[in-house]
Every structure is written in C-alpha cells, then in structure tokens.
Design a protein around this ligand. Sequence first.
Ligand code: SAM
Length: 290
Amino acid sequence: MNKDIATPLRTRAILEKYKFNFKKSLGQNFLIDTNILDKIVDYAGVTESSGVIEIGPGIGALTEQLAKRAEKVVSFEIDQRLLPVLKDTLSLYDNIDIIHSDVLKANVKEVIRDSFEPGQDLMVVANLPYYVTTPILMKLLEEKLPIRGIVVMIQKEVADRISAKPGTKAYGSLSIAAQYYATAESVLTVPKTVFVPQPNVDSAVLRLTLRDEPPVAVDDEELFFNVVRASFAQRRKTILNNLVHNLDYGDKEILESALKASEIDPRRRGETLSIAEFARISNTLLAQGK
Ligand code: SAM
C-alpha cells in the first residue's frame, strides 16, 4: 500500500480531515507527484549522512521524501494551522524538526548550528512559496551559510532569470546576484498538474551550487552590486547613461573614464556584460575615488 503523502488521494484525504483551506497569500501549492519529489531529492544529492533545511513543508509531501533519505530534516513553516497536520502526517519519522517561523525572520545560521554537526553535508531543499522566492533565495545566499547548495521548485521565469547567461533577454541583476555566490542551473521544467491547487505560472527546479570563492575578485561588494543594479535600471539605455542616472558615484566624466580604463565601451548595454566586467568597473571606480 502506498502511504506517501504526495499522492492525489492521500493529499485530498488529509485536506478533508483537517478542513484545510489554502491561503493564496502564503503561496500554498502542494505537490502531489512522488516522481517529481524523488527527482528533487536526487538533484540535491541528499544521502543518509546529509542534513536538509526545508522551507514551507505544507502537509509534508517533500519533507517525508527528504526524511526517508537524509539523516535529519529541519523545516520552517509560517502557517500555524499546518503544525497539527504535520504532527500527524509525519508521525512515523523521528528525524524531522518543524520550526514555526517566517524563514525571512529566522536566524538560519543559529538553527544550523543547533541542529546539525559541524562540517555535515547540508542542503536547502524546498518547493518555495512563489510570492517570496527572490527574498528567500537572496537571504540564503547573502548570509553565507555553511551549505553545499540549494535545490528549489520556483517559477520557471525566475529560474530562467537566475541561471541566465550574458547577452540573453533573461540576464539581469538577479542573474549576477545569484551567480556571484553560486553556479546556477535550471534542471527540470515542471507542469502545473503536479500541484494542488495548480499555480498560474509554469514551474522549474533550480539548482544552486555554492562557490567556495566568488568567481571574480571584488574589492567592495556594495559598490559592485550598486553598479550592477544601476546598469540594468533601464535595459535599453547604454551602460554609461544608466550609470550617470542611477549610480551616485561621480559625474559623467569620472564614469566614462572608469569604463574606458576597464576596457568597456560606454555604448554597450548592461545585459552584454559578464560578472568579470562588472567587477572591473567597480574595482576601477573604487581605485579612482569619487
Ligand atoms: N512543501 C510543500 C509541498 O511541496 O507540497 C508545500 C509547498 S508550498 C509551495 C509553500 C509552503 O511555504 C506553504 O506551506 C506555506 O505556508 C509556506 N510558507 C509561505 N511563506 C513562508 C515563509 N515566509 N516562511 C516559511 N514558510 C512559508
């Protein structure tokens, strides 16, 4: 008998038992396909010695598959109504901790320290709530957590932007922000039919593998990210125009000479520049001073 949570039948029975109403505002789209869940766990490379941090367990569909294959799972859930449900659906597993918290407000570093062994293989694995995909991913990356990587189901459009290469339409400040910390691959496109309720947009599984070091030497990270954001403020403008209007770092002459010293044609558009080229510009600006 198949006891998995993530079957259409079992999911419906659980939802009915608890008279659960989905909250759209919390991005509640639950997975009802164990094949997709298996693939997510495969892509994460989770083994019996791995620790896993999950965000948003819902009724436990992915949590269960993770608990079967990992040493331990710690899962953050914001919706209090799901706590008694999870206690019931995951009662067979003794290697799961559910933390009732908004992950954006949680001290994830401290949770990791308290929950896992030092040096343990750690992955973040989740079917993310789509309304907060980017803030959650940026928080996890910027906090420089001791994790190997992140495998998440997100909107396909966001997965495409995060993994985009220079010169493509999807490439922008989000691609650079993520790729500064990790290598990014969109590994699987997922149809809407594997969720209840079905989301309005297509989904994809994104795999981020954290880098030991950034791919380029950046002397001032804040300035680097300001240059990147300014360069994409208006995609159809040249990089010089965007920097002049959106970066508070010297006048047109200073900016133009920094671009030339970095061997960047000021008439290029931001979307054609690699991470290394953005690093050159921000390092030159810093060296030049305002
Ligand atoms: N993992 C389950 C699955 O795959 O079926 C549910 C995924 S559902 C897309 C997202 C889950 O994240 C929901 O359970 C929702 O309540 C929870 N959630 C939403 N915002 C959150 C936040 N800021 N912190 C923690 N959990 C959140």
